[in-house]
Design a protein around this ligand. Structure first.
Ligand SMILES: [Zn+2]
Ligand SMILES: [Zn+2]
Length: 744
């Protein structure tokens, strides 16, 4: 037997950038292992921390003893801790911040426990004469006691009372007589307890699907040498069925599985598909997302950690689900940028999934109708295996995509920019046939700016360098970046003239315009403003599915994997919005958006039609999307990226220097750039410091430095070293974003 550890090396939850050693008191030695959570003395207070190493000796001076162990068992497996260390190095982020992402707060702090409820069981002996007497004097108590005596195991008191239609008073009376025992027990708060799941069985696969599943099966048989699989399947090609059957194969091997989906597609419909397929034991499916209550999150997490749950469906952070014996990780919609966390640690869940799979020797399956350039590039280099589904399962044809040239429409009549004549006619035809329409615009609000036609001033946010958006339902101006709102002025505050005009339009105005053109139609809008409540989102989707809404107008919320068989028309109000973003991925995002949104049309019996309104009808991303030509688009986009040294052929690191004093931000950025240039050498490209496209955000002035190079881990390390040696003034903040997706 190995000697029990004497010391523990601990990462404290607070950011102090180093590990500390503590002595383990005698009584705790058997309870402490890597991953244990502890309460330890730190300076003159106590703090929470995680054990990263156990030791027999230490040469650290002044070692103090551990105060207490939090929770019963280690809650971070060595494999997850190793993953955390990789994230810390790769994404240039202190390990204590990474651990905050690895463990939900409710688990880390150990303050919330299981919900306790009363369970009933019969007492050890109940004399027959007492039962008889009870029957005469208190028939209801006798009835309840009889029900209790039939139990083979304790049951929840509330369930028993509901079934017998008897009340709590009757139960308490029996307890007083000593005829039943009431005990507190832990019950799980199941976020989906009141939902019924229709049990489903495996569907018959077409030839392409059979081949795709075979690939997963082979990989599961030899996970150690398997490469990540990229499943490129057109919209409606039955990718989910491959995930479901792949998970079944992993379960049959006695293993577990994680399914990552973008937060926005984690709808009740999605959860139902998984719970329904594995309905032989609905509790084996756990769900992790941001709408869970703290109690629910605690229960789901422990259900996973204890091995009770074997399948986890969740958004980004579910990649850290503490499953043991992992067999398969599925990343659905792997191209989605919401997998990238925009605060530290700035990790990308898809890439973390690939690394976790490697560490735990499990299979990783990435799926998308529009794979990211990074993943597709990996298949051409042989790092990933490509698996393709080119047909829709219902054998429907791909929707017909028609391009509407807004330059011609604008010449006719300005109002046509919202709804061109062609799109108008198409919507009208759908209304007559009782078919449904989705109109899509990636911009919320009513008008995107309030301008003065006399002096040209726009109403800007006082904290951010963007125009305020007018929301008609609130009758206020609002900033979409910091949440600042302001009253709508009557006159221009700059020149005092009564010359204010609204310009630009968002979903609210599209909704109003469409309602005015088609007064007989039921039109509903759906965006982040109107959908702040979870139920509102569900209600609108339900009404739309049941045909109570004719036309749905929305932002990207409606672009994701929703299935509406009666939708035969999709209109993209302005395809140029994403294209003109100052971002090297603008073209990629446009292509993905058009393809994904088009995929919403024609999922039922009738094939669909898509209208794309644009001022740049000949831009490559629009033309390739129109012809459903992914590989053509990939070739030309890759060429462009290579020419400019952008990912995927190179890695990028974006550094942002910000301060409430513009000169100090700029000065610090210039100093930082000089130091980087010295430390990084010729191997890496160090860009000039430039004001960020969003030069002011929440009162802070921002400067960017973009670094590029091949050897990303070395680059990250050198960036860390440079920052550690460079003291910045207190009011200057520097952030590092490795493989950035947000360049504003
Ligand atoms: Zn003015
Ligand atoms: Zn603002």
């Amino acid at each position: 037997m190995p000697a029990l550890p004497q010391y523990a090396r601990v990462i404290i939850d607070r950011a102090i950038h180093r590990e500390l050693d503590y002595a383990i008191p005698e009584g705790l030695r058997e309870r402490i292992a890597i991953g244990s959570r502890l309460r330890v003395p730190f300076r003159d207070k106590s703090a929470l921390g995680t054990v990263v190493q156990v030791l027999q000796e230490t040469d650290a001076p002044g070692v103090r003893p551990i105060e207490a162990v939090v929770g019963d068992a280690p809650i971070l497996s060595p494999a997850l801790l190793e993953l955390g260390q990789w994230i810390s190095t790769y994404y240039c982020c202190p390990i204590e911040i990474v651990i905050r992402s690895l463990l939900p707060q409710v688990v880390r702090k150990g303050e919330v426990g299981w919900k306790k409820q009363l369970f009933v069981q019969p007492s050890a002996n109940i004399p027959a004469e007492q039962l008889e007497a009870l029957g005469r004097r208190a028939p209801r108590q006798a009835e309840l006691l009889e029900a209790v005596m039939k139990l083979s195991a304790p049951v929840l008191a509330t369930d028993l009372l509901r079934k017998t239609s008897l009340d709590n008073q009757t139960l308490r009376a029996l307890q007083k007589r000593g005829l039943v025992e009431l005990k507190e027990g832990a019950v799980a708060r199941d976020p989906h307890a009141n939902e019924e799941f229709m049990r489903t069985t495996s569907l018959t696969l077409n030839q392409e699907q059979v081949t795709a599943l075979k690939g997963v099966e082979d990989a599961l048989r030899d996970p150690e040498s398997a490469r990540p699989i990229l499943l490129h399947g057109v919209t409606g090609s039955g990718k989910t069925e491959i995930y479901l059957q792949g998970i079944r194969l992993a379960l049959n091997q006695g293993k577990t599985a994680i399914v990552l989906v973008p937060e926005i597609s984690l709808t009740p419909q999605t959860v139902e598909r998984f719970k329904g397929r594995f309905a032989e034991d609905p509790e084996q499916v756990a769900v992790l997302h941001s709408h869970l209550s703290e109690g629910e999150r605690h229960d789901e997490w422990h259900k996973i950690n204890s091995g009770r749950a074997r399948i986890v469906i969740g958004a980004r952070s579910a990649v850290f689900a503490p499953l043991k014996n992992l067999g398969l990780i599925v990343v659905d919609e792997e191209h989605e940028t919401t997998y990238k966390q925009e605060e530290a640690p700035r990790y990308h869940a898809r890439d973390v999934a690939v690394v976790r799979a490697k560490l735990e020797k499990c299979v990783v399956l990435l799926g998308s109708a529009t794979p990211s350039l990074e993943s597709y590039h990996n298949t051409t280099k042989g790092r990933y295996v490509l698996s393709e589904l080119s047909q829709r399962v219902d054998e429907n044809r791909m929707p017909l995509i028609r391009i509407v040239d807004l330059r011609l429409e604008a010449r006719k009549d300005k109002s046509m920019i919202i709804l061109s004549e062609k799109l108008r006619t198409a919507v009208g035809a759908r209304l007559e046939k009782k078919e449904q329409t989705i109109l899509f615009l990636n911009r919320r609000g009513f008008s995107t700016s309030l301008l003065c036609s006399n002096c040209g001033e726009a109403r800007e946010c006082p904290n951010c360098s963007v125009a305020l958006t007018f929301h008609r339902d609130l009758n206020r101006l609002s900033c979409h970046l910091c949440g600042h709102t302001a009253a709508v002025p009557k006159k221009c505050p700059a020149c005092g003239k009564d010359a204010l005009i609204y310009s630009g339009f968002g979903t609210e105005k599209v909704e109003a315009t469409v309602s005015a053109i088609f007064p007989q139609a039921v039109v509903r809008g759906m965006d982040a403003d109107s959908m702040t409540r979870k139920e509102a989102y569900r209600d609108v989707l339900r009404s739309f599915r049941t045909g109570k809404i004719d036309i749905l107008v929305g932002t990207q919320m409606i672009a994701k994997g929703l299935h509406f068989p009666n939708v035969t028309l999709v209109g993209i109000i302005n395809a140029d919005l994403a294209l003109h973003m100052p971002d090297f991925r603008a073209g990629e995002r446009t292509f993905q958006l058009l393809t994904q949104v088009s995929g919403r049309a024609g999922r039922g019996e009738t094939s669909g039609e898509v209208f794309v309104q644009t001022f740049t009808p000949f831009s490559p991303s629009i033309q390739f999307a129109r012809h459903h030509d992914f590989s053509g688009y990939f070739q030309q986009e890759l060429e462009f990226r290579e020419k400019c040294n952008f990912p995927p052929s190179n890695h990028a690191v974006l550094m942002t220097v910000r301060s409430s004093h513009p000169e100090r931000a700029q000065f610090s950025a210039e100093t930082l750039r000089r130091r980087l240039k010295e430390n990084l050498g010729d191997e890496f490209v160090v860009g000039e410091p430039t004001p960020a496209p969003l030069k002011k955000l929440q009162g802070q002035y921002r400067f960017h430095i973009l670094l590029r190079g091949q050897a990303i881990v070395r680059l990250s390390r050198k960036v860390r070293e440079t920052l550690d040696k460079l003291p910045f003034p207190d009011d200057v903040l520097v952030t590092v974003d490795v493989d950035p997706y947000q360049l504003l």
